[in-house]
Design a protein. Sequence first.
Length: 338
Amino acid sequence: MNKRLKNILRVMAVFITLLSVYIFSPWEYALYYLTPLPDNVQQELNNFIDEGVDGVIVYVDRKGVEPRYYTSGVDNREQHSPIRPNALFKIGSIAKLYDAAAITKLAGEGKLSLDRYLSDYLPFTKGRIENADSITIRMLVQHRSGIPNYTDHPSFHWGELNIDVMELVLDQEADFAPGADYAYSNSNYLLLAKIITAITGASHGEYITQTLLNPLGLKRTFFSINDVDKEEMMSGYHLGYEDDLRHLEHGYVSSAKEVAVFLRALNEGTFFTEKEQEIYASLYPYNHTGWVLGYQSIARYHPEEDMVVIQFVSTTGNDLVMLTKILYDRVVEILRST
């Protein structure tokens, strides 16, 4: 890509962001977006906390430079304890990068075909999931299956601990015919985890630990809050509620550093063969965001700077998704100027 085109794309990105801020977010966020950038990331995080957020962790891994944490706010409201940079955090849908990588490994090893059907690997889905015999594994990974998102089901609630989410996936009318459209759906990845188990005979977490985490030396990435000491976790909060939400089960838990190590390895193809790299490149993105009640996260690799930036924010609610996106963009801009 030539320099002129890059500059045009950057200008367009700024224009679209400005438009989104003015149209879709509170005027306070627009003012925050337009505030001149401070000289350093730490001051930016301190300003962000003044917007009513509890805590934030940013981890920066730039090639050839010592990785660095930046933090601001509190780890826990009640104790008013300072942020622990290496605290565990619920990473939400960033987990889909790990799951997509696991499916890639199975495909590369010849244990799974991306073009076989859901019902081939999970026979119980035939007759219980519409089009199960024509939804391919590739469609599941790429959110083109048409299976409704269980988190949009009327019976789903992020704060409910006793929901059998599979019951919210079965016997639902499809949103569209397989492959006909795109719609982000957590149901796809619930089913992919079950496919990994069906193929390997182990839990999907055990397979990911063996094939992805252990080779990278990652010991602080887990698949449930039940696998960790909750005192090691950063507290999470939702606007308008005082309760600490870290006790709720929301899947993957990790530290900012371990997410960064995984993300760099994913982008560099560290744990893939050449064939597997080609499969993943055709299958799923290399960056992701995450959201569960009380926890927001962004994990991105920036190739021009050869830099990974992970951001954890421990407050959700209202339009904070937009605010945390603005923070991330401002942090990256500061990093690029230093």
